[in-house]
Design a protein around this ligand. Structure first.
Ligand SMILES: Nc1ncnc2c1ncn2[C@@H]1O[C@H](COP(=O)(O)OP(=O)(O)OP(=O)(O)O)[C@@H](O)[C@H]1O
Length: 257
């Protein structure tokens, strides 16, 4: 069980969502979702496949428009931003998606340099080298600087993917199924890294997962999306301390200790 991060600032919400609704044709995916993410917090969103977790992330990042509701990210009402303002907001959000693949023809260093060249044009080569060293060290892979992605294990590639996301110093990290497809030992390493990123960079994160070992290891707070709404919220143990058969079924099906 994770010890709750003492540096969480509950007076500062980095994401605030109220009454969020989203339907596709007549299929209601989100039916009135309320969510707060506090500065420095790791919030885990649990839910079965198809419950709308990715839709929620896409709405937070402005890729999808809500039908109804209020979505505020880092003080900005996402729905009201111009495309340019939205681009600026997205630079403050780090996306670690399942399919955020590395460029196979580039070395690790070149992969990490790419977002800096694109989005931080004022930096000198010396600045870029320093930032790359810091993030590689943070993910424990300083020695991989000049390797090609094909020479790395799945877990190492995942770490480099997270390093590439961190390189622009995001205020919010969104992790979509961070342990999917990894063996249990590598999953534990990624869970540790998510906590390390929180501690070192003071980021606020949403972690979407079905992996209950991951939820328990990284979540300061856990919410469960069921039937289009957050039915349960609290610490991992609080969320599962219930007689709700749907929640018990999710636990029994997913938890491997
Ligand atoms: N652009 C879209 N058009 C139509 N339906 C969509 C669209 N995006 C998502 N959906 C539907 O919304 C529902 C929720 O999808 P979502 O991808 O958010 O699920 P999820 O909880 O992330 O699942 P998984 O864990 O499998 O990724 C699904 O039934 C999906 O088919």
């Amino acid at each position: 069980m994770k010890e709750i991060n003492p540096r969480i600032d509950r007076s500062r919400k980095v994401i605030e969502i109220r009454g969020l609704k989203k339907a596709f044709d007549d299929f209601e995916v989100l039916k009135g979702v309320d969510l707060d993410l506090y500065q420095g917090e790791n919030l885990v969103v649990l839910g079965r496949s198809g419950t709308g977790k990715s839709v929620l992330i896409k709405i937070i990042s402005g890729l999808l428009k809500p039908d109804e509701g209020y979505v505020n990210v880092l003080g900005e009402e996402v729905d009201r931003l111009t495309p340019k303002e939205l681009d600026a907001l997205r630079l403050k959000i780090g996306f670690s998606f399942q399919n955020s693949a590395l460029y196979d023809s580039m070395t690790v260093k070149e992969n990490l340099e790419f977002p800096l060249i694109r989005h931080a044009k004022d930096l000198t080569q010396k600045d870029r080298d320093r930032i790359i060293s810091v993030v590689l060290e943070a993910v424990g892979l300083s020695q991989a600087m000049n390797q090609m992605p094909s020479e790395l294990s799945g877990g190492q590639r995942k770490r480099i993917g997270i390093a590439r996301t961190l390189i622009l110093k995001p205020e919010i990290m969104l992790y979509d199924e961070p342990t999917a497809g990894l063996d249990p030992i590598t999953s534990i390493e990624i869970n540790r890294l998510i906590n390390e990123v929180q501690r070192r960079f003071n980021t606020s994160s949403i972690i979407i997962t079905h992996d209950l070992t991951c939820a328990k290891a990284v979540g300061d707070r856990v919410v469960m999306l069921l039937d289009g709404q957050f039915q349960r919220q609290g610490t991992f143990d609080e969320v599962f301390d219930t007689n709700d058969e749907r929640v018990k079924a999710f636990y029994n099906y997913n938890f491997i200790d």
